[in-house]
Design a protein around this ligand. Structure first.
Ligand code: ZN
Length: 191
């Protein structure tokens, strides 16, 4: 099946679904909605492996209006797979993809990201606890976690400040001095 429409009606790429066996694994190609939702985005082909792993190939130079089934087919024909270097399951070959998953299948890659995130969260929590202890030793009693909403516009940003026995008036005055127009946006954490 290799059809190309020349000077004819635009083929219905929005519902196109092509399949190809790569090393005995069924790879499915569809056209990503970005292709027609955003002007001048170009053709983006979504690839799927059995089990749901997704990847995409963005062919920016092919305008959606001019894209044909043959373009999707050519993109699918270029797909190569590798074995996930951790679990050995089929994975998209990093060489052909927009997103580099480091030769890992979707599942192993997601696990890696989750583990990295958990580790960095834990590290941040330890650093904060150490800082709290140090500030407590210096006589501070509370950590204030606030968001500054700049009076003169611009993005809100977080502010962390330590105070000793602060009253609500103290905290709000401090946030006002920092140029915030909403001095209610804070959380008081006893040390
Ligand atoms: Zn894997």
């Amino acid at each position: 099946m290799n059809t190309q429409t020349v000077n004819g009606p635009v083929p219905d790429l929005k519902h196109l679904s092509l399949e190809r066996l790569v090393d005995g694994v069924k790879v499915t190609a569809t056209v990503a909605p970005c292709s027609w939702m955003y002007r001048s985005y170009g053709l983006q082909v979504m690839l799927r492996l059995p089990g749901g792993a997704l990847a995409s190939i963005h062919r920016k130079r092919i305008p959606f209006e001019k894209a044909t089934e043959a373009d999707v087919r050519t993109t699918l024909d270029a797909v190569t797979l590798c074995k996930c270097r951790l679990c050995g399951k089929p994975a998209f070959d990093p060489a052909i993809l927009d997103v580099d998953r480091d030769g890992q299948c979707e599942e192993c890659f997601a696990n890696k990201i989750r583990a990295e995130y958990a580790a960095s969260e834990a590290k941040a929590a330890v650093a904060l606890a150490e800082q709290d202890a140090e500030m407590k030793g210096r006589g501070y009693t509370h950590r204030i976690e606030a968001f500054i909403h700049p009076v003169h516009g611009g993005d809100d940003y977080p502010l962390l400040v330590y105070m000793a026995e602060p009253t609500e008036v103290d905290v709000r005055a401090h946030l006002e001095r920092q140029g915030s127009c909403d001095t209610n946006d804070y959380r008081l954490v006893p040390l």
